[in-house]
Design a binder for this molecule. Structure first.
Ligand SMILES: [Ca+2]
Ligand SMILES: [Ca+2]
Length: 241
């Protein structure tokens, strides 16, 4: 375990800051001057977005969205010296399990008796060569069962972002990134935005339906016929399988 003095933080947006397009609100010292306003999530009260923020260093974070109503959402950061919850909904769906693990229920009642459901889960890392992995096929019950969407953001650095589970929304940002989109979930199109850089995108997993931006740089894309490429001209090498 590395002994670097890094504040790892993690938050649940409270109802007070979840508007029609809420912005990440947990107080994490990323680089000075970074604009959080580029990240928006549509999440109306009483729905909740749970967000893990990495650091400017090389992060390795995985999130598993468990199946079933009692399944937990688990973040693991194997090389962290500690993990911290910086903001939580009253009723506390999240807890620190150990020095490298935080887990959350999919729903919890707040002090006013409102059931707060987690509809979106995010793992955001900044600079550094980061690894983000999402697994699971978790859904949350409302009037119907709805997939919990994993938002995975790598931003700068040469990142490896892998979504092996259900609904995924991947934003790789700058850097030469390796992106893989897994099987997806019914009635939801995974979203992949590779950002600038020479990226390798694998959206070819059977049953996954992806919407893809290659962006600038020399990109390699593997996809299947059901996928939609929004900027075909920016995808320098494409294999359809
Ligand atoms: Ca990129
Ligand atoms: Ca390109």
């Amino acid at each position: 375990m590395k002994s670097r003095s890094i504040l790892r933080s993690f938050g649940v947006l409270s109802g007070a800051v979840i508007g029609t397009a809420a912005v990440l609100a947990a107080a994490t010292p990323a680089s000075a001057g970074r604009t959080y306003s580029t990240l928006t999530y549509v999440s109306d009260y009483p729905d909740v977005t749970v967000t893990y923020f990495g650091t400017e260093g090389a992060d390795d974070v995985s999130v598993d969205i468990g199946a079933g109503d009692q399944g937990r959402i688990t973040f693991q950061v194997p090389d962290a010296s500690s993990v911290t919850i910086v903001d939580d909904v009253a009723g506390a769906p999240c807890r620190v399990d150990d020095a490298t693990t935080i887990s959350c229920t999919k729903a919890a009642y707040d002090a006013e008796g409102s059931l707060r459901k987690v509809m979106n889960v995010s793992a955001i890392t900044w600079g550094g060569t980061d690894k983000i992995t999402a697994t699971g096929f978790g859904k949350v019950y409302g009037s119907t069962y709805t997939p919990i969407v994993a938002h995975l953001g790598g931003w700068e650095g040469n990142d490896t972002i892998t979504a092996l589970g259900g609904a995924a929304f991947i934003t790789a940002g700058d850097g030469n990134d390796r992106i893989a989109s897994g099987v997806g979930t019914a009635n939801f199109r995974n979203s992949i935005d590779a950002g600038a850089g020479d990226d390798q995108i694998d959206a070819s997993t059977p049953q996954s339906v992806d919407g893809i931006y290659c962006r600038s740089g020399v990109d390699t894309l593997r996809r299947n016929a059901a996928d939609v490429v929004y900027d075909q001209a920016n995808c320098e090498s494409v294999v359809v399988s």
